[in-house]
Design a protein around this ligand. Structure first.
Ligand code: ZN
Length: 372
């Protein structure tokens, strides 16, 4: 088997459920340092982050994660014992995303060995907390980068972005995500004496009606319209003769670059003010949206993917969030290119062996295109 296969299997055997790294980053660091890369370990809390780079000048950064989601029950073969069946390699992390990490690590190393005095700089950043709360991962590293004015030009995240075959989709942006947990305060009492109580459900209903019927925008470039969904609404004591003292509401917004978290928060707080809702709101900002317009990175990626697959990729802004949300605000052009995402987070997660073997050459072509 190939070095790519062996490295993938080595990483996949390690039970690195978030925030565990289980030694994955040490394997990567030793591979890259032996090729002359500068290595920086950047741990925060329980989370390990590894930054490696070679060269100077315009920088192409690859971003990925060595952690995986818990395997769950019902696998056909053990989730941490990578197994080949019918042309696929099965195991937790095959698609999301240890194999693509192995792919860009080998591609970067081989590029540097073949072109020791290459143009620009090639860099790799991996974290052990992308799948979890993601507080001590790329978010913290990005803070350090901002502070020390790290020179970054382009970023390729190896997240599983492809739909049915490797390279059929180029992710050029992602929506932002903002969540709120709100406690609405009322006064508990007997339903027969409403004048002595204050019903928090009645109190918040008109505000929520306005909130959920609001049109936020009509989309942005290829982004869908911003949307708000109430995910939980809990109130009441269970008795039919008690006005509850409080109500708890949770909602989430997925938003396009028309908005940022601060503007949405201000808008929503003022809506609740207008309705005189007595409340405490805890906001959680998962990440601002990003969008990479036409430019050097997009056009380089488009032509490499077109040559690789024989057809131009779909250029999309769909899907959930990824760590590019922390790199893009540094003023870096960001895209995502990675394996087929059909089985990510599922039981029997897998990657086609042909796709596994092709990843280093795909990433290698991107590096040559941008740094030669
Ligand atoms: Zn992932």
């Amino acid at each position: 088997m190939s070095e790519m296969f062996d490295l993938s299997v080595d990483l996949l055997r390690r039970e690195s459920v978030t925030p565990e790294d289980a030694g994955c980053q040490d394997v990567i660091a030793s591979l890259l340092s032996s090729a002359g890369f500068t290595i920086e370990h950047m741990p925060f809390g329980d989370v390990k982050n590894l930054y490696a780079h070679h060269g100077t000048g315009d920088t192409l950064l690859f971003v990925g994660h060595t952690d995986v989601v818990p395997p769950g029950e019902g696998w056909t073969s053990p989730p941490f014992e990578p197994t080949i069946r019918d042309g696929y390699l099965y195991g937790r992390g095959t698609a999301d995303m240890k194999v693509s990490v192995a792919g860009f690590v080998l591609a970067a190393r081989d590029f540097v060995l073949a072109n020791p005095s290459h143009n620009g700089r090639v860099a790799i950043l991996v974290t052990s907390d992308e799948e979890g709360v993601a507080l001590d991962g790329i978010r913290k590293v990005a803070d350090v980068f901002r502070e020390r004015r790290e020179n970054l030009t382009w970023c390729i995240t190896g997240e599983p972005s492809s739909t049915s075959s490797l390279g059929d989709l180029l992710r050029v942006g992602r929506r932002g995500s903002l969540s709120a947990t709100m406690t609405v305060h009322g006064v508990q009492g007997h339903v027969a004496y409403p004048e002595k109580a204050k019903n928090p459900i009645h109190h918040v209903m008109s505000a929520l009606a306005e909130l959920t019927s609001r049109v936020w925008d009509d989309g942005y470039e290829t982004f869908p319209a911003t949307s708000l969904q109430i995910s939980n609404f809990v109130s009441g004591t269970g008795a039919n003769n008690v006005i509850p003292g409080s109500a708890e509401v949770q909602f989430n917004l997925r938003y396009n670059p028309h908005w940022n978290a601060a503007a949405l928060r201000a808008e929503i707080e003022s809506l609740f003010d207008r309705h005189n809702v007595t409340r405490d709101i805890h906001w959680h900002e998962s990440g601002e949206p990003f969008y990479t317009p036409e430019g050097t990175l997009r056009s380089a990626c488009r032509s490499v993917l077109t040559a690789f697959t024989g057809t131009a990729p779909v250029e999309s802004t769909g899907g959930g969030t990824s760590d590019a949300r922390f790199i893009a605000p540094l003023g870096v052009e960001c895209v995502e290119i990675g394996p087929v995402n059909a089985t990510i987070h599922q039981v029997d997660e897998r990657i086609a062996l042909s796709e596994l073997e092709a990843l280093p050459s795909l990433y290698g072509a991107l590096i040559s295109r941008l740094l030669s």
